[in-house]
Design a protein around this ligand. Structure first.
Ligand code: CMC
Length: 422
């Protein structure tokens, strides 16, 4: 059987046989037949916006691989910084590459003092840390104007380094500002994840050493969030990047996309939902209300996964380890029961709705002591290398600026009516 499709425009009789390459057909080829007619796909559910060699996601079979490596193996054996390198440069680093990469990231963790004293302190005392982080990432572009030179690979490497290394510093700074605690400077002797936890929690200790089980669990969660192909925020990064904006501005836009409750904000929404349910006997009525269309079961469902999200399974394992250190969250039993009921309910089964990565991450973050409004901030730190890998790939692909078309459904031409006559 030929791997092709035939498109015929019945208005003109014009026809073309178009090859199916890697599971896709080229819109350029279709356009040659149906000139002036657009494919309508508002949320891009049937559109491959690019070719990409970074992340392989098979939603039907619940498979996720970064550069070919299964997520399960990376979560077990790798570190977040190593995964960053893998996503960005395509291969696992050897010892020498590891040393250089870790050194470069570690020594870019400091930020300009003006950023802290003038910028961060300018926010209202109850500002959401995600809003602060998003603005701070955008503001970095004003400190590094050379970042505009997006076609110089050396320059690109430097900005990538800055965004990965300064993310935890800015995130911890946003948190400390929101609770009125003094900022903790980075400690370059600690690992990436330890350093973040130290900047979050250090009080008066000369060196803050986080519990290794918690540091490892957070590192694994960052790995699980590091990339997820053309999701909403990564697509935003690519769309803004396609205008050749600098990477700080593009990453700030991607952070904004992640902020929404349908995307990165879901882990926060899960905790609100579990707290609202409150006790065992309220679970069944809650599930019924979801089925009646009165809201969604947060942490369930996914545009691409129509099977159990492989990340959710790993998160669940990490939750057990974390709870051994922190004590069990009272909401865990509600979450487990809710999952069991939903997985056996026809409404969820028939729609292929399974737990996604966010169903259990919030419980872990909460047990570690993170306030709810920091959850999406943690997702941002984790997703940064994915955004940057796609941004870099986009520039290397020399893609045209993203510019979809529309189907105009408004009124036809009409004459201007003076104010007095309206
Ligand atoms: N609870 C109840 N019903 C749902 C849910 C849910 N969580 N998700 C989807 N459905 C139903 C939906 O009502 C629809 O039913 P019907 O066919 O009767 O109209 C059907 O399932 C298909 O849903 P959809 O809205 O077409 O699915 P989508 O691909 O547009 O949405 C989603 C994907 C993730 C936005 C959605 O599943 C959702 O809102 N989930 C809850 C929020 C959440 O957990 N988000 C985190 C996603 S994973 C982390 C990330 O990548 O950011």
């Amino acid at each position: 059987m030929p791997e092709t499709v035939t498109i015929t425009d019945n208005r003109t009789g014009e026809s073309a046989e178009i090859p199916i390459e890697n599971g896709g057909i080229s819109m350029n080829e279709i356009q040659k037949v149906i000139r002036g007619t657009w494919v309508v796909d508002p949320s891009f559910g049937g559109t491959a916006s690019t070719e990409s060699a970074i992340t392989d996601l098979d939603g039907l079979n619940g498979i996720l691989r970064y550069r070919g490596y299964p997520i399960e193996q990376l979560a077990e054996h790798s570190t977040f910084l190593e995964v960053c390198y893998l996503l960005l440069f395509g291969e696992l680093p050897n010892q020498e590459q590891t040393d250089v990469w870790v050194h470069d990231v570690t020594f870019h963790t400091f930020i300009h003092e003006n950023m802290r004293k003038r910028f961060m302190e300018g926010f209202h005392h109850d500002a959401h840390p995600m809003g602060m982080l998003m603005s701070a990432i955008a503001a970095l572009s004003t400190f590094y104007p050379e970042a505009k030179d997006v076609f110089d690979p050396h320059n690109r490497y430097k900005q990538i380094n800055r965004l990965i290394s300064k993310g935890p510093t800015l995130a911890a700074m946003a948190y400390r500002a929101s609770i009125g605690m003094p900022f903790v400077y980075p400690d370059n002797k600690l690992t990436y994840t330890e350093n973040f936890l130290a900047m979050m929690w250090k009080i008066a200790e000369p060196t803050y050493r986080p519990d290794p089980v918690l540091a490892k669990a957070l590192d694994v969660l960052l790995i699980l969030h590091a990339d997820h192909e053309q999701n909403c925020s990564t697509t935003t990064m690519r769309v803004v990047g396609s205008s050749h904006a600098d990477p700080f501005s593009s990453a700030a836009a991607a952070t904004a996309a992640l902020y929404g409750p349908r995307h990165g904000g879901a882990n926060e929404a899960v905790i609100h939902m579990l707290e609202d349910i409150g006790s065992y006997e309220n679970i069944e009525p809650f599930v019924e209300s979801v089925k009646n269309g009165e809201g969604r079961l947060m942490g369930f469902g996914h545009r691409v996964y129509k099977a159990y999200d492989p990340r959710a399974r790993i998160v669940k394992e990490q939750a057990d380890k974390v709870f051994e250190v922190t004590g069990k969250s009272p909401l865990l039993d509600i979450a487990l029961k809710l999952e069991e009921i939903a997985l056996n309910d026809e409404y969820f089964k028939s729609r292929n709705l399974y737990p996604n990565v966010d169903f259990y991450t919030g419980l872990i973050y909460q047990a570690m002591g993170f306030p709810m409004d920091m959850f999406t901030v943690l997702f941002t730190i984790g997703r940064m290398p994915g955004w940057l890998a796609h941004w870099q790939e986009l520039l290397e692909q020399e893609q045209r600026i993203s510019r979809p078309r529309q189907i105009y459904t408004g009124v036809g031409v009409r004459d201007y009516v003076p104010l007095a006559d309206r």
